[in-house]
Write a protein that binds this ligand. Structure first.
Ligand SMILES: N[C@@H](CCC(=O)N[C@@H](CS)C(=O)NCC(=O)O)C(=O)O
Length: 201
């Protein structure tokens, strides 16, 4: 398999963490790309990072890619990272969806601020509100999951890591949820977190 990624994309980081936690990284080549690459647009018509290539199969979108990887992980005899037992599937997916929403709002904020023309105060405010309320209300139990990372754990780690990387001066998310801040401190030194930390500005 090949994962087309960039070290600064939090969506790619989500897949990269998933690969490391499942050991599927051992059969995956990481191919560095950027969202202006022609090669990437051929793989993903949306031109977005990440994309996964496995033989003839090409998949865009971090969640779809993680679902595909999860199927392989389960086929090898492991427990799914999309739930901790069928009965909490929607609890985990709800937390996963909020974490994805934080990622989308954070990436949109960064892109908006890079625009040369005047920034939209309206949209920056909406995205900030989304990040604030999602971080305040995200299901702590579903994320921490007794120290067994699942897809909600992974996506929240990628989202909070991205806030620290790109928006730390203006989004002090630790003040919005002290429990989450404490949990984040506890995972910051895990290999899967350290080895996927963005390395360039
Ligand atoms: N829903 C997609 C979002 C991917 C995404 O927005 N990636 C960003 C990089 S962090 C990108 O490639 N943006 C370029 C663009 O939107 O044209 C996923 O989960 O993979």
């Amino acid at each position: 398999m090949q994962l087309f990624y960039s070290t600064t994309s939090p969506f790619a980081r989500k897949v990269n963490i998933f690969l490391r936690l499942t050991g599927l990284i051992n059969t995956t080549e990481l191919v560095s790309t950027n969202f202006e690459s022609e090669e990437l647009r051929k793989l993903n018509p949306l031109g977005k990072i990440p994309a996964l290539k496995d033989g003839e199969l090409v998949l865009p979108d971090s969640t779809l890619i993680c679902q595909y990887l999860d199927e392989q992980y389960v086929a090898l005899g492991n427990d799914s990272l999309f739930h901790n037992g069928e009965e909490d599937y929607y609890q985990v997916q709800m937390a996963h969806t909020l974490a994805n929403g934080i990622l989308e709002a954070a990436v949109s904020t960064v892109m908006e601020k890079r625009r040369d023309t005047e920034h939209s105060i309206y949209w920056l405010g909406r995205w900030r509100a989304a990040m604030h309320t999602a971080i305040k209300n995200i299901d702590f139990e579903a994320i921490t999951n007794g120290d067994n990372p699942n897809i909600a754990t992974i996506t929240t780690a990628a989202a909070l890591g991205y806030l620290d990387f790109r928006l730390s001066s203006e989004h002090d998310w630790r003040k919005w949820n002290a429990d989450l801040a404490g949990w984040f401190e506890s995972i910051r030194f895990e290999d899967w977190f350290v080895d996927t930390t963005p390395t360039q500005a």
